[in-house]
Design a protein around this ligand. Structure first.
Ligand code: ADP
Ligand code: ZN
Ligand code: MG
Length: 475
């Protein structure tokens, strides 16, 4: 029997608000434990939560960017469970009436477009952090993260392969980063993903029993965990055994998923509407204002880069994968209007230099204007492409102007015909045999002469001019 995988993702994104979702405490990362807490986020009886409007705004932006319908009215609910990182004994989340529903996102996998449905997006608060002591049987609780705003983005089970899952997650991350509402960092946990996966006979429409995978803190791990889990389920089914509905943890050291808890141990959260918070009512004018304020999103930018600049899909993909890089490209093209040349230079030379230092484009010492001038110098024949690469490396390292580097190191291409004629004459005088060969019809030796001239000028002779000069002298 042939099976196909059915995958749905639940993605949590930490919102980049300055203060927490229901109190005024700072969300800044790295403060000493429990210094950013108050009675509300400590869960003190009698304290009352008040919604942070910025958190709502960010969540609505994401809902709009993913084509969701934003509910005119939505409600916060208490999700009840006990854990030491949750001082109230419940997490404030949304359940029956979420902020937004019925969205979708188009992703590209191997050249084809796939539409992935988004079931819902809701707001909730983060829990605290437990720090387990290594030597002693002691755990410490840090409540600085308690109450940091999160959105949960739940997909429909529309994803079919681990590759699609990874592309979908990247698309979500890119939109969050473009909207400037989440830093998108999976390693640090500001973006987290649970993956639900089941198998079904190919060509059928029902849903098989799923397992839920947790603890994958990189795009690669999401893909590896799903690949492993699909193999595991396929082997069970092939052996005539049943899939058990359970939550499984990705173990990166063993490259496998391991059972964490079964259906019987699943929590019953006893959700109910939170009586401490009023329903969220969305003002249609406010919503429209947010819709109009949305920046150009990755997909639209990718299309525009192909249409406006005539770039191949691949170039557009690389350049728009990072908003700052896309801006850098456009600013350079404004000064030097040859998009493909700029794109080539950014994708090969610039990205290689950035990789060396693992720095982002934002901290790059070469301004778009300086890069544009360097490319113009190559275009005008003032320096060769080869020399431009070494000039560029120095620009990245020192932040200096291309003109200064070229002048100080005497790198300018020799396009002065008289200077080249003199050098060429010396070369011809030193190689009488080759001259005789040329005159006897072996015109291929012209390459030898030009090579000699290049050697003499350390690559700085204008190659085209060098060719002409020799032809003239040998005529
Ligand atoms: P639960 O009640 O276990 O939380 P939900 O119905 O809320 O399950 O779905 C959670 C996620 O799992 C969603 O992203 C959904 O698309 C996905 N999902 C639901 N059923 C399946 C299934 N049989 N196989 C794969 N994914 C599924
Ligand atoms: Zn607080
Ligand atoms: Mg659910």
């Amino acid at each position: 029997m042939e099976y196909e995988a059915v995958i749905g993702l639940e993605v949590h994104a930490q919102l980049l608000t300055k203060s927490k979702i229901f109190c005024g405490c700072s969300t800044a990362f790295g403060a000493p434990p429990n210094t950013q807490t108050c009675p509300v986020c400590q869960g003190m009886p009698g304290s009352l939560p008040v919604l942070n409007e910025k958190a709502l705004e960010y969540a609505v932006k994401m809902a709009l960017a993913t084509n969701c319908r934003v509910a005119a009215e939505s409600v916060f609910a208490r999700k009840n469970y006990f854990y030491p990182d949750l001082p109230k004994g419940y997490q404030i989340s949304q359940y029956e009436l979420p902020l937004a529903e019925h969205g979708h996102l188009d992703i590209r996998v191997n050249g084809a477009v796939r539409r992935i449905g988004i079931t819902r997006i809701h707001l909730e608060e983060d829990a605290g952090k437990l720090i387990h002591h290594e030597a002693r049987p002691v755990s410490l609780v840090d409540l600085n993260r308690t109450g940091v705003p999160l959105i949960e983005i739940v997909s429909e089970p529309d994803i079919r392969t681990p590759e699609e899952a990874s592309q979908y997650l990247k698309a979500i991350r890119d939109i969050l980063v473009y909207l400037e509402i989440c830093d998108g960092n999976m390693e640090e946990g500001s973006l987290r993903c649970d993956a639900n996966v089941s198998l079904r006979p190919l060509g059928t429409a029902g849903l098989g029993t799923k397992t839920e995978l947790k603890n994958m803190n990189s795009f690669r791990f999401v893909k590896l965990a799903l690949e492993y889990e699909i193999r595991r389920q396929r082997a069970l089914l092939a052996a005539g055994r049943e899939i058990i509905q359970e939550t499984r943890l990705w173990d990166a050291s063993q490259n496998q998923t391991i059972s964490m808890r079964g259906k019987e141990e699943a929590h019953d959260y006893r959700y109910f509407p939170d009586p401490d918070l009023v329903p969220i009512k969305i003002d249609p004018a406010w919503l429209e204002g947010l819709r109009r304020s949305l920046p150009e999103l990755p997909e639209a930018k990718w299309r525009r880069f192909q249409e406006q600049y005539g770039l191949p899909e691949y170039d557009a993909e690389v350049l728009t994968s990072d908003k700052d890089l896309a801006d850098y490209f456009e600013r350079t093209v404004q000064e030097f209007p040859h998009p493909k040349q700029v794109s080539n230079w950014i994708m090969v030379e610039l990205l290689r230099e950035l990789k060396k230092t693992a720095a982002g484009i934002a901290s790059c010492r070469v301004t778009p204007k300086a890069l544009a001038r360097l490319l113009a110098l190559v275009d005008q024949g003032a320096i060769s492409g080869k020399i431009a690469k070494s000039v560029f490396e120095q620009m990245v390292a020192t932040g200096r102007n291309p003109e200064t580097i070229i002048r100080e190191q005497g790198l300018a291409q020799i396009s002065d015909e008289d200077a080249l004629i003199q050098l060429a004459q010396e070369i011809l005088a030193a190689n009488p045999k080759e001259v005789a060969d040329y005159k006897a019809g072996k015109t291929k030796v012209l390459g030898f002469f030009v090579g000699q001239l290049m050697k003499k000028t350390k690559g700085q002779a204008n190659p085209q001019l060098a060719n002409e000069v020799f032809k003239k002298l040998l005529a």
